[in-house]
Design a protein around this ligand. Structure first.
Ligand code: MRU
Length: 341
């Protein structure tokens, strides 16, 4: 991704391996501060996933893959390291997919860092294809709405929901992006807007509650990411996604979900089975160190919601654009890729 620092710009990934360390952008500090941190063991990586220094399903997966590589290099118990990394966040399937992938690679005797690098590189290639297939759905002068951050920060590089947007822009289409702020962690306002600003893509941040207003006024397409997609096409994504799906349906606006095959969990038959992460009340009641809510008021903070497949126009994947009824093809594509029957 391109990052503007002062008058210069540089290309950087959200997470990578260098000099014996896992390096990642501290996403909690953006856009005010740009800081890269170094991690020397899998426990530090686990803590950074838990506290959302690194976040977004595919980036969490890549961070966990690098965490497993560190555990192998440091001669740790791999089973225990896998359990520690798995316990960090429950909803994004990429986390579990990446850990299983690394355990298989390490068992085969692959070099740990090379295996994790290859995993991260694959995510980027998948995102590039999502960008190619998704951009074909974006018309000239399209007004696009997105939610949370499903950009390069969330996927090592390029993005899932932001990939078609980036590609359409690079291809010369005059687009405009409505970025919903994404209470309570504000990934839309802080991260997606920062990525679009760095690329010069026209956009505006809107309060989450303004989605209906702008959809009624004229949005051409809604594009979001996903944290886990089940066999029937239901999916979990950042809290507030379900509202947008229902609204898009009400206003007759196409609603697309972008995800690599590492986000599809075929062990679950429906979205009802997805574990939704609950996070701390303080994320809702506090703004930085200031409490905004009355002292006696409790808050509920589900980090994700589940959108039924019936609201999805299509899934944009590296295997092409699929109807919810066609996602079985992803399973075949994944098995073929792994060389399995
Ligand atoms: O809690 P987060 O910031 O990890 O949640 C991120 C999202 O919900 C994204 O939309 C999702 O991971 C897709 S990222 C390509």
């Amino acid at each position: 991704m391109r990052v503007l620092t002062g008058k210069s710009s540089r290309e950087i990934r959200a997470v990578w391996f260098e000099g014996g360390k896992v390096r990642m952008i501290d996403q909690r500090l953006l856009p005010q501060r740009f800081r890269v941190i170094d991690l020397g063991d899998h426990l530090q990586v686990a803590e950074c996933i838990r506290n959302m220094t690194v976040r977004g399903a595919p980036s969490i997966g890549a961070a966990a893959a690098y965490g497993m590589a560190l555990a192998a290099v440091n001669d740790e118990d791999l089973g225990k390291a896998a359990d520690t990394l798995r316990s960090t966040r429950p909803t994004a399937y990429d986390l579990f997919y990446a850990i299983d992938h690394m355990l298989r690679s390490l068992e085969l005797g692959d070099d740990p860092v090379e295996a994790a690098d290859m995993y991260a590189d694959q995510i980027i290639e998948r995102c590039r294809l999502i960008g190619k297939y998704g951009a074909a759905l974006i018309d000239e002068e399209a007004r696009i709405m997105t939610h949370c951050n499903a950009g390069a920060l969330a996927t090592v590089d390029i993005g899932t929901a932001l990939a078609p947007i980036r590609t359409a822009w690079t291809e010369g289409r005059h687009i405009f992006v409505y970025v919903s702020e994404t209470r309570p962690r504000l990934q839309g306002m802080k991260l997606t807007a920062w990525e679009l600003y760095n690329e010069g893509i026209p956009h505006a941040i809107i309060p989450d509650g303004a989605s209906a207003h702008f959809m009624r006024e004229g949005v051409d397409i809604v594009i979001v990411g996903a944290d886990r997609i089940t066999a029937n096409g239901d999916f979990a994504n950042k809290i507030g996604t379900l509202d947008k799906a229902i609204l898009a349906n009400t206003f007759g606006i196409p609603f697309y979900v972008c995800a690599p095959l590492s986000t599809f969990d075929f062990s679950l038959t429906s979205g009802e089975q997805i574990v939704i992460e609950d996070r701390a009340e303080e994320e809702v009641t506090m703004m930085g160190r200031t409490r905004l809510a009355p002292k006696g008021s409790a808050a509920l903070n589900p980090s994700f919601d589940m959108t039924p497949a019936k609201y999805v126009t299509g899934f944009i994947t590296e295997a092409g654009v699929l109807l919810p009824s066609e996602i079985e093809k992803v399973r075949k594509f994944r098995l073929e890729e792994a060389g399995l029957p």
